[in-house]
Design a protein around this ligand. Structure first.
Ligand SMILES: [Zn+2]
Length: 331
């Protein structure tokens, strides 16, 4: 059971019985899984705030409530969390609840080591097949869509999980509430998750505050690939977003920089993603920012297509998005 694949899987064990927890942690250690153990719901919630998990292994009957309550909270933070519920009672209402919460599996206590290991191995395999986790970071609403929405749509089509982090509400360019709604529509059109942070527009720093916001999102999303601004950019928010990302994403395998309307002629991409099948998705995502469309010439659908066509000349004359590569590592 000492397979290297299990070491990259992180499990949250929620079990109040000391003796049973001791046995389970022993089994998990033997199989080389990374795990944290919480004895009650409050402790589990604290761990959830700090970290990210692949699998939740939870008892149903806990001193202050049912494990189901925690499953709902954990799934809000980590939609792809696999869940195994443990119980010593065969109750119909438990089965209904588990079904409603889409728990992946049930274990009736007492169970054998092999039974648990087989279930966990199945879930690890299943999680690997759901593709990569992708994070796209932009300083303002619409930066990510203009820079890499075609590539993000391609990721979603491949079965990857895509999340967008926008660092400020864009209040300098229009009402933040309206721009927030537009961001939500654009993310929904792309099939991406969205985090809207509340840094100050035009004053995004490259320092601790911005790094902290990005680090928290990375801890939640656990991306293999990050798309962000280029440093070759005339807008200070964009440059600082790049610099803060460089620090926050130091452990992320691949880091690519997209083009913005304010990137300078020093932007020299070496990666060209074909977005021929996703140009329409990109144009629709950008068009979701209706409050900006009339005042920003760079949001015109024709220009988006012309830009993709221009970059296509470096990659077989398709329609492309262009990226500077900070680093690229395969899975
Ligand atoms: Zn911007």
């Amino acid at each position: 059971m000492n397979q290297p694949t299990t070491a990259s899987t992180k499990i949250l064990l929620l079990e109040d019985s000391k003796e049973f927890a001791l046995l389970l942690t022993h089994w998990l250690q033997l199989a080389n899984y990374q795990f944290d153990h919480a004895q009650d719901l409050a402790q589990a919630e604290r761990l959830l705030e700090l970290g990210s998990y692949d699998i939740l292994l939870s008892d149903i009957e806990l001193p202050t409530g049912l494990g189901f309550e925690f499953v709902e909270k954990a799934r809000q933070k980590m939609p792809h969390l696999a869940v195994v519920m443990m119980t010593s009672q065969q109750r119909a209402d438990y089965a209904v609840q588990a079904l409603r919460l889409k728990a992946n599996d049930f274990l009736f206590k007492p169970f054998k080591q092999e039974e648990l290991m087989a279930k966990l191995a199945g879930l690890v395999e299943q999680q690997r097949s759901i593709g990569q986790s992708i994070l796209a970071i932009g300083a303002h609403p619409d930066d990510v869509e203009l820079g890499c929405a075609g590539s993000l749509a391609a990721h979603v089509a491949r079965g990857d999980r895509v999340h967008i982090l926008t660092l400020c509400g864009g209040e300098a360019g229009g009402a933040a509430s309206m721009r927030a709604n537009e961001s939500k529509s654009a993310a929904a059109l792309l099939g991406a998750g969205l985090t809207l942070a509340d840094l100050a527009d035009t004053q995004i720093s490259e320092g601790a505050q911005t790094i902290g916001v990005i680090e928290r999102c990375i801890a939640q999303i656990q991306p293999q690939i990050i798309y962000t601004h280029s440093e070759k950019d005339g807008h200070q928010d964009h440059r600082n977003t790049f610099r803060a990302t460089l620090v926050a994403a130091r452990q992320v395998p691949s880091l690519f920089c997209y083009q913005a309307p304010s990137t300078t002629v020093q932007f020299i991409p070496t990666r060209f993603n074909d977005i021929g099948a996703h140009l329409g998705a990109k144009q629709r995502a950008v068009a979701a920012y209706a409050s900006q469309a009339s005042i920003r010439p760079y949001m015109q659908a024709e220009l988006i297509e012309a830009t993709a066509r221009y970059w296509g000349r470096f990659a077989g004359y398709g329609l492309c998005e262009a990226f500077e590569v900070i680093r690229e590592r395969s899975r």
